[in-house]
Design a protein around this ligand. Structure first.
Ligand code: GUN
Length: 281
């Protein structure tokens, strides 16, 4: 069996085109404020992609680039200002933050109604409780959208998520549980990982190690979602050994062009949703 490619770039483009159309019909433009602290090169690339995508669909975007040594008090002051501004619908603090800043403290400061990344503990809780008002974190939301583009009902499927981060592993596990999957969360201390993965109808790899998942981890016919973005000497690599996995899976996301573009499309969608909610009340 050769897997079909889950083309995130194409699906994301479709979502962006639809959003652009919807936004063109609104009286005002949705607006997003992005905060980046320090000079992390990968973060700078991600933020530029987010700005470009916002501009393309008609979301006003303003980026605040702050010095790496900014204090928590100063950063919180900016967040409060944006929280209280009627002209700002969404607020995003790019991660990772410099070591002296606590992401928990900073992310909790953002008003949950403007938390388009879905990282505020209130939104985490709303996702757990399957509340439709939750902002769902962008990468997990994009992963679910990709899976649903080829499979409607996920009830009873075995899903294995490798990785337990607050950005990907944990929230995607909750979303899959909400879809009635039987979910296993594996991590660096998990024993017999290949055995566990071989039972996965859906395998989500968020490991951070290039080409870690070989064919021995894959159940024939599985859906493979590769969240890895590993910069190696041979270029960008996912967490999955693509050439091997494609021979065993039914569907697989490429790197690049799989999950990455969906993350950005979901950020645009969350910002548009924030705009709608704030203009309804
Ligand atoms: N760093 C890595 N992924 C993300 C994300 O989805 N949002 C933010 N704000 N920072 C990130």
């Amino acid at each position: 069996m050769t897997a079909q490619i889950l083309n995130g770039k194409q699906l994301a483009q479709q979502i962006r085109t639809e959003l652009k159309q919807k936004i063109s019909l609104t009286q005002a433009s949705p607006s997003l404020s992005v905060i980046i602290v320090g000079n992390d090169p990968a973060s700078e690339i991600y933020v530029r992609s987010k700005e470009k995508a916002c501009n393309e669909v008609g979301i006003k975007v303003h980026t605040y680039k702050l010095a790496a040594d900014i204090s928590a008090a100063e950063l919180n002051e900016l967040i409060d200002l944006l929280n209280n501004s009627h002209d700002v619908n969404g607020i995003l603090v790019q991660l990772p933050l410099p070591k002296h800043l606590s992401p928990q403290e900073i992310l909790t400061r953002i008003k949950p109604e403007k938390d388009v990344d879905g990282f505020h503990p209130l939104n985490t809780g709303l996702v757990l409780q399957k509340q439709p008002s939750a902002f769902i974190p962008c990468t997990p939301k994009g992963i679910l959208r990709l899976i649903h583009s080829v499979k409607g009902d996920l009830s009873g499927l075995n899903a294995v998520v490798i990785g337990r981060s607050h950005i990907v592993g944990l929230p995607v596990s909750h979303l899959l549980l909400n879809e009635n999957c039987t979910v296993t969360i594996a991590h660096s201390k998990t024993k017999n990982l290949p055995d566990i993965c071989q039972k996965a109808d859906i395998l989500i790899a968020s490991v951070g190690k290039p080409e870690f998942i070989t064919k021995d981890y894959i159940k024939p016919g599985a859906i493979i979602i590769d969240v890895g973005i590993n910069r190696t000497q041979e270029g960008l690599k996912g967490d999955v050994k693509y050439g091997e996995a494609i021979e065993k899976a039914s569907y697989i996301t490429p790197v690049p062009g799989g999950v990455g573009p969906m993350t950005i499309a979901m950020l645009l969608e969350n910002t548009y949703e924030a705009f709608l909610k704030q203009n309804r009340s």
